[in-house]
Design a protein around this ligand. Structure first.
Ligand SMILES: [Zn+2]
Length: 214
């Protein structure tokens, strides 16, 4: 095993434990992946993110076939779809965060831009959140929908399910997932009260200065 793969395995376990410990996902929900030079590492099916073991992670080839480790998450299809549509994405984080799931249930969200630009860091790390309709977990149609949406954005929210975010690194994808969860919480507190957001000029300036790289 290369030293970069060993580092990637340790990183998946570290980030999984951190996200779980801080309540960004619960039980055995949520799954993470990183792109390798010759394939992918993913969290195994049924694995808790706070109990990941480097040697048990699922190693897939570039076609998505299991090479070693335990069978991958049943959401492997949506991870692979994200990588196929976004060649610069190096990691994908999918969580079942309470606040983003609650957000996905609200009526009258704009499916192309589901959260207002409340803060600069939301614009910089998430940008425009695409809301996808409900699909059963692991369904082939879900992976197809993620692949289609990923042509246009690295950030999406599956209705009744949870967010999917890609990044140039696992830490970047996890940061974006945390920012989304935080912003969903803000929206649940103040959304619908006609509160102020960043202006379209301020948002455009941030998008120019901090373009999304994954
Ligand atoms: Zn899921």
């Amino acid at each position: 095993m290369s030293s970069s793969e060993a580092t990637a395995r340790a990183g998946l376990c570290r980030v999984g434990a951190s996200l779980h410990a801080r309540g960004y996902t619960h039980g055995a929900t949520g799954n993470l992946s990183v792109r390798l030079e010759d394939g992918f590492l993913m969290t195994p099916t049924g694995a808790r993110l706070d109990e990941l073991r480097p040697e048990r992670l699922s190693r897939l080839d570039v076609q998505g076939r299991l090479e070693s480790g335990e069978p991958p998450t049943k959401e492997a299809g949506l991870h692979l779809a994200m990588y196929r549509s976004r060649p610069r994405a190096q990691a994908v984080v999918h969580l079942h965060g309470t606040d983003s799931v609650a957000l996905s249930l609200l009526p009258d969200l704009d499916p192309a831009d589901a959260l207002p630009p409340y803060t600069a860091y939301y614009v910089m790390r998430v940008g425009r959140l695409k809301l996808l309709p409900y699909f059963p977990p692991g369904d082939a149609a879900l992976a197809l929908a993620v692949g289609e949406a990923a042509q246009h954005t690295h950030a999406m929210l599956l209705a009744h399910h949870g967010p999917v975010l890609a990044g140039r690194s696992l830490d970047a994808a996890a940061d974006a997932a945390e920012e989304l969860e935080q912003t969903a919480r803000i929206h649940l507190r103040v959304g619908g009260r006609g509160c102020r957001c960043l202006s379209s000029t301020e948002r455009a300036e941030l998008e120019r200065r901090f373009p999304h790289e994954a």
